[in-house]
Ligand binder design. Structure first.
Ligand SMILES: *Cc1c(COP(=O)(O)O)cnc(C)c1O
Ligand code: SF4
Length: 358
């Protein structure tokens, strides 16, 4: 009997992921033998949906998904430059700022992005990821207990890995338990699934998420070509469930570090009810140095947005300070001079203007 694969079943799509160099060679009909040692060091996973969007290994999507020999460079050595682990009071829960925590509830991703800032957590053996299917693990119990015992926490960010790769029922029980904590005011989910596996955003998932408002979702799109009809449908399903959608984009060399690509991405997000939140400068994580643009490039991209396109399309450009010192927005507005009550700036058209405060 022939088995047919339901194109909409996200688990089946994920199960057919390319996880080795042989699979890549077969798909692209090219020699990738130089990538074998990279894939041994940093595992590979590209699901057939995302793979179908890659037209060429060196296009903006290919660069995010295919291994690169430069990942073996030792220019950057730290796998946790933001000190996430020292700032975790219990494993998998990062408490850096007073009122919010990042709760790493899932170790699984729909694709292993080559620039990932948590590359250290990507399991060495693809397919052997601790997917939480049978109730809440001890780690999650400990995280929930910490949140319960820490009244200062008002905002809980579920991240990972990708929280939306958990079974809907398991995710729902975590959300319920965190939501039941009186001092927790808002929930956030950080997910790349709308761009890498939009089929996961089912009607049932949206209906479950909707029960836990106020719930915000930050998506993660890096390129306008990731906003396909499938991704648009996924975002619409979430937005129709009343979930405010944001986007955290990573500024990536050779992927989206030009005014044209970034402008197209931001406009396309806004047209799909996704409000750009942050553009992150890539963190100095071992194995990702080749993705890091210069400061001048980052500021030029931001200057191409501010004033030129709708303010809805202009997120903040963020750096995350090493050692867990926190995120900082960088202003693309050039402040030429300040005194106690006057600032001199260069506007979006390059004119020098002064502003008096009182
Ligand atoms: C980014 C981050 C947050 C959230 O920061 P916001 O600016 O509120 O979005 C919280 N905790 C940690 C550890 C983070 O890295
Ligand atoms: S989906 Fe997010 S956590 Fe997973 S590999 Fe990509 S960037 Fe990293």
């Amino acid at each position: 009997m022939k088995t047919t694969i339901d194109p909409m079943n996200w688990r089946e799509i994920l199960a057919r992921s390319v996880t080795d160099v042989d699979g890549l060679e077969q798909h692209f009909q090219a020699d990738f033998s130089s990538l074998r040692s990279v894939a041994e060091r940093h595992p590979l996973r590209i699901n057939p949906y995302y793979l179908s969007l890659i037209r060429d290994p060196s296009d903006g999507l290919g660069r995010q998904a295919l291994p690169d020999v430069r990942e073996l460079s030792t220019d950057l050595k730290d796998s946790d430059p933001l000190s996430e682990e020292p700032q975790s009071p219990v494993p998998g829960l990062i408490h850096r700022y007073p009122d919010r925590v990042v709760f790493l509830v899932s170790g699984d991703c729909a694709m292993y992005c080559r620039y990932c800032m948590r590359k250290r957590n990507i399991p060495k053996e693809p397919g052997l990821i601790p997917v939480l299917t049978d109730g809440l693990s001890e780690r999650i119990e400990k995280g929930i207990r910490y949140i319960k015992d820490t009244p200062a926490i008002r905002d809980v960010i579920l991240s990972g890995g990708d929280p939306l790769l958990m079974e809907t029922g398991v995710l729902s029980s975590i959300l319920k338990r965190v939501r039941a904590i009186a001092h927790v005011e808002t929930l956030r989910i950080h997910t790349r699934v709308p761009s890498t596996l939009p089929q996961r955003i089912t009607e049932r998932l949206a209906a479950v998420l909707k029960q836990h408002h106020p719930l915000y979702i930050n998506t993660h799109f890096n390129h306008p070509d990731e906003i396909t009809p499938e991704a648009q449908a996924a975002c619409a399903r979430l937005a129709d469930a009343g979930i405010p959608l944001g986007c955290q984009t990573v500024l990536l060399k050779g992927v989206n570090d030009t005014p044209d690509i970034m402008t197209r991405l931001m406009r396309k997000l806004v047209r799909n009810r996704v409000r750009p939140y942050y553009i992150h400068h890539p963190d100095p994580v071992a194995g990702t140095a080749h993705f890091r643009p210069s400061l001048a490039t980052g500021l030029a991209v931001m200057r191409s947005l501010r004033g030129h396109v709708s303010g809805l399309c202009v997120p903040q450009y963020m750096i995350d300070l090493p050692g867990g010192k926190g995120k900082m927005p960088l202003l693309s507005t050039q402040i030429a001079e300040t005194s106690e009550n006057r600032v001199t700036v260069v506007n979006y058209q390059g004119e020098v203007c002064t502003y008096d405060f009182c």
